[in-house]
Design a protein around this ligand. Sequence first.
Ligand code: NG6
Ligand code: CA
Length: 512
Amino acid sequence: MIKQKVNHGLLIAALLGIVLNVSAQTGVKQGKTQRPNVIYICADDLGYGDLSCYGATKIQTPNLDKLASSGVRFTDAHATSATCTPSRYAFMTGEYPWRKSGTGILPGDAALIIPTDKTTLPNLFKQAGYKTGIVGKWHLGLGKTIAKDWNNEIKPGPVEVGFEYSFIFPATADRVPTVFLDGYNVVALDPKDPIEVNYLAKVGDDPTGKDHPELLKMKSSPGQGHNQTIVNGIGRIGYMSGGHMARWVDEEVSTTFLAKAQSFIESNQKQPFFLYFALTEPHVPRMPATMFRGKSGLGLRGDAILQLDWTIGELMKQLKALNIDKNTMIVFTSDNGPVLDDGYEDGAVTMINGHLPAGPLRGGKYSALEGGTRVPFILNWPAQVKPNVSSALVSQMDLLASFSKLINQPIPSGEAGDSENLLNAFLGRSQKGRSVFVEQGGPLSIIKDGWKYISPANGAAYNKLVGIETGNSTDLQLYNLNEDMGEKHNLASKYPEKTKELAELLKAVQTN
Ligand code: NG6
Ligand code: CA
């Protein structure tokens, strides 16, 4: 008995010692930099000129303005590409998307294009002990093949890529299947009404926009498709049958994503977490909640931007209420530049009222010009980052190598090879970004020290359907972005040596 008591006493003393020692160590750690929570927010098709903190005057985005004025606002930050799938491929993998075929805009039934055995943005955080989650638009494919059973578990997908929690829609808001996936499964699926999806031929009896335009609450634009299966009064790209209970209501998509993002944050507030919040605004179809309708005066596109801004405000409020706002880093950006008419008659063109969605930039979504890839980019981390405006050339693809440094989680050599560690630039401590960057519109462009070369390309110089200059030209193009960010003066014939140097450099990067 006595012996046991003594042993207990020793044990308690030993345990106490361990506990005290551990808390002392944590105390020391807390004195130093504590690893932040990271929320990476990517809007869909939001342009360089769409926020009031980036110069918009016809629309006000107070929440994002506040994020910008208390963080670092970047004036030369880029998506790698002028459309969604390749841009997202790049920031997920740290690799230029044009190095790999099959990274163009994916249909809604595409197979997963992100490798599951390499470093990705989410599995970097996961390996470092973070809780990882994705909420929102995916558009990087699901499953091993196009043919898949939407009524069973669908994998591989975000979970295999590194997100422990996943609440997504598969592709874009204008593509079937118009359903949410919670983990591997379609939400609210009635097994008696199974889902079938087909991008080549009609399936089931649901009306299409082509045959029944009278059923549409928003018309599709002439010549731009979006006239296949009708869901919620909107013609979509692709055919879908079944899953009627599971089909989303567009007006609720954004608030659903917000609720899911907030519950992920709430559940993981006590540990470091990484959340990729992939907003769908202001991508088509623009069908914001009623409370935002008509509020912007710029049509539904403007209203969708107000909804986006409100969403960010709600998130910021939650972080403050949970008292984790100081040590949570928010990175806000967009996957590609803006477009007004991307397939529906939603007032974006007719009610534009002088708003410039690409601000001072030429071109927009799909374009090799700066409007295609130069996007808003804000980094906010109150505990560590001072308010600043940075003109460093940075790309979303660089987040991977930079976060690797931040959380001290190495990337195996040979992986994420195009991602540069620009942590000091991202944290606003240095104005030095990349020296060389390749942009993907239609043709590839290369930027070096403020000079931009666009490789020659056939194809129309102006995309009439969407009303955007493509940047295509059979002439060589060279611009001095430091003096001419609007790419108005082609200097290729004035500086043939520079043009040649950049053309050769582009070739070298391509064959790297
Ligand atoms: C285009 C669609 C456009 C949009 C885009 C993808 C047509 C005519 N246009 O092909 O509406 O869905 O793909 O946008 O089908 S992205 O932002 O996801 O890249
Ligand atoms: Ca997009």
